[in-house]
Design a binder for this molecule. Structure first.
Ligand SMILES: Cc1cc2nc3c(=O)[nH]c(=O)nc-3n(C[C@H](O)[C@H](O)[C@H](O)COP(=O)(O)OP(=O)(O)OC[C@H]3O[C@@H](n4cnc5c(N)ncnc54)[C@H](O)[C@@H]3O)c2cc1C
Length: 441
C-alpha cells in the first residue's frame, strides 16, 4: 500500500481566530520551539490536539529508543482541544444509541480515554481544575424533554446510574428555573481545557520533541516522509496525521467528515453578590439534550461559560460580523437563565470546528505505507480522541486489547456528497433545529 504519490500541499492552515477565553486566562507560554533548518525523527505526528498528544505519548512509552516529533501549527492549548467546553466525558451520546451492544462498547472507549487523561493529569500534577463532577443533561421545553427522555432511557438500559431532576432540583443546583428537567450522572470530569492541553504538552516523555508555531505546508513521500514548514523541513520514517478537520486540507480523509463549527463565550469571574444568583454548587456542567441547546458551565474560578450556535464550516474561518451575532446569542442565553447576571461581561467569544461523520464512523489506523491517521469521533471527542490516540500507538506496537478490537470494529467514516450538496443539507438541518427548538438555546 503506497503512502501517496507526489507532493501534497496544504490548501488551508489552521486560523480559526486569535480568541480562546480559556487560553487568554493562562500566563503567556514560553517561546515556542519551531522547526528550523532540517530535523530528523523516526516518527512525525502532525497536530497537538487530544489525539496527537495521546498517540505521541504512548508511542514514546512503547518505543523508548525512537525519536518522535509532534508538529503543531499554533500553540498547544490554543486549538480545538483547548477551546472546547471542558467536559472530559466518561459517558455521552450513548443514551441516544438504540443498539445496546454498540452503547456498551462506546462506554468502554469513553472510560478508557477518561481514565487515561485523568491518570496523566494526576501523575504530573497538571493544574487544570480537573474535577470528576459529572454532568447534567438538561431540557427547558417539551421538545427538549423528548430528547432528554431518550438520553435518560438509553443510559438506564445501559445500567448507567442516573438521577432525574425536576425544576426545583435544577434550581437548587444552578439558581435558575430555566430548565424544567435534568438527568444527572457521575463520572465525567470538568476541566480548564487549555490548561490541561498545555500541561499534557509540557509533560511528554523525553523522546518526544514538541514543535509549535510550525504549520506543515507540504508533504512528500520520499525515503519516508518530508514535511515542509515555513522555516525548515522534517524528515521522518513514519507519519501520523492527527490534524483533525485539517486532514482534508492536505489531501486526506476528503469527503468523510462534515465540518461543523460551534462557539463559546466566557465571563470574567463573578463577584460574591453575583454568585448569590446561582445555586448551591461551587461549579456545574450542563449539557443540552436538544441539539440546539446550550452547554453551560460554572467554573471553579467563578466564571460562566456559554456554548451554543452551530454553523457549517468548510471555510474553517469565522468573519467578524458573525462573531458579533454569536456573542449576542450567548448574551441572550445568559439573560434567559439569570436575568440578574445578564450584563456580566464576556472576556472572550470564540469558535472552533468539530467533525461529524455520516455513520458514526472513524478515521483510525494505517492508511498507507508507514502512514497512519487518527481523528476524534463524533461523540465525546476529547476522551474518545485520547483513547483513539493511545490505541493507535498500541496497534502499531502489536499490543492487543478488547478496547483496540472495539476501535478496529468501528466502521470507516462513510463517503459524503461534495459541496454544495453537503453544505445545503447541513445548513438546512441546523436551521430546522434552530427554528423548532429556539427556546432551548
Ligand atoms: C466550542 C466547542 C466546545 C466543545 N466542547 C467539547 C467538550 O466539552 N467535550 C468534548 O469532548 N469535546 C468538545 N468539543 C469537541 C472537541 O474539542 C474536538 O472534537 C477535539 O478537540 C478534536 O481533537 P483532535 O485532536 O482530533 O483535533 P484538534 O484539537 O483540532 O487538534 C488538531 C491539531 O492539528 C493542528 N494542525 C492542523 N493542520 C496542521 C498543519 N498543517 N500543520 C501543523 N498542525 C496542524 C491544529 O492546529 C490542531 O491543534 C468542543 C468543540 C468546540 C469547538
Amino acid at each position: 500500500m503506497a503512502a501517496f504519490l507526489g507532493t501534497k500541499k496544504a490548501r488551508k492552515l489552521p486560523d480559526v481566530g486569535a480568541r480562546n477565553g480559556w487560553y487568554e486566562t493562562l500566563p503567556a507560554p514560553a517561546e515556542a520551539l519551531r522547526i528550523q533548518g532540517e530535523v530528523r525523527h523516526d516518527w512525525a505526528v502532525i497536530g497537538a490536539g487530544t489525539c496527537g498528544l495521546a498517540v505521541a505519548r504512548r508511542l514514546a512509552e512503547l518505543h523508548p529508543d525512537a525519536s518522535i516529533a509532534v508538529i503543531e501549527a499554533g500553540r498547544v492549548g490554543h486549538g480545538t482541544s483547548g477551546r472546547n467546553a471542558g467536559f472530559m466525558l466518561s459517558h455521552h451520546g450513548v443514551g441516544r444509541i438504540d443498539d445496546l451492544e454498540i452503547g456498551r462498547r462506546s462506554i468502554r472507549l469513553f472510560t478508557l480515554g477518561h481514565r487515561y487523561l485523568r491518570d496523566i493529569v494526576e501523575q504530573h500534577q497538571i493544574r487544570c481544575d480537573w474535577s470528576d463532577w459529572g454532568q447534567i443533561y438538561v431540557s427547558a421545553t417539551p421538545q427538549g424533554a423528548a430528547h432528554l427522555d431518550v438520553v435518560g432511557k438509553g443510559l438506564e438500559s445501559l445500567e448507567v446510574p442516573i438521577r432525574r431532576l425536576g425544576q426545583d432540583e435544577m434550581e437548587a443546583v444552578i439558581g435558575s428555573r430555566f430548565y424544567d428537567r435534568g438527568v444527572r450522572l457521575a463520572g465525567s470530569a470538568l476541566v480548564q481545557p487549555a490548561a490541561m492541553m498545555r500541561g499534557l504538552g509540557a509533560t511528554l516523555p523525553p523522546n518526544v520533541t514538541l514543535y509549535e508555531d510550525s504549520p506543515v505546508t507540504e508533504l512528500r513521500a520520499v525515503a519516508g516522509f518530508r514535511l515542509r514548514c515555513p522555516e525548515g523541513e522534517v524528515a521522518a520514517g513514519k507519519l501520523i496525521l492527527a490534524n483533525h478537520v485539517f486532514a482534508e486540507e492536505i489531501g486526506f480523509a476528503r469527503h468523510r467528515t462534515v465540518p461543523i463549527a460551534t462557539f463559546a463565550s466566557l465571563t470574567r469571574p463573578l463577584g460574591e453578590a453575583e454568585k448569590a444568583h446561582l445555586g448551591a454548587e461551587k461549579q456545574f456542567g450542563l449539557l443540552p439534550a436538544s441539539p440546539n441547546g446550550s452547554t453551560v458551565r460554572l467554573t471553579l474560578d467563578g466564571r460562566i461559560l456559554m456554548r451554543n450556535t452551530m454553523s457549517y464550516a468548510r471555510e474553517k474561518r469565522f468573519d467578524a460580523d458573525f462573531m458579533v451575532q454569536v456573542e449576542g446569542h450567548h448574551r441572550h442565553s445568559l439573560r434567559q437563565r439569570w436575568p440578574g447576571l445578564g450584563e456580566v461581561e464576556f472576556i472572550s467569544t470564540w469558535g472552533g470546528v468539530m467533525s461529524f461523520t455520516r455513520n458514526e464512523g472513524g478515521i483510525f489506523g494505517e492508511i498507507g505505507d508507514g502512514l497512519y491517521a487518527v481523528m476524534s469521533p463524533d461523540a465525546g471527542p476529547m476522551t474518545r480522541g485520547a483513547a483513539a490516540g493511545k490505541l493507535l500507538a498500541e496497534q502499531i506496537a502489536g499490543i492487543d486489547s478488547e478496547e483496540l478490537r472495539i476501535m478496529q470494529s468501528i466502521p470507516k467514516a462513510a463517503l459524503l456528497p461534495p459541496d454544495p450538496i453537503l453544505r445545503f443539507i447541513s445548513e438546512r438541518r441546523i436551521k430546522k433545529f434552530e427554528a423548532a427548538e429556539a427556546a432551548e438555546r
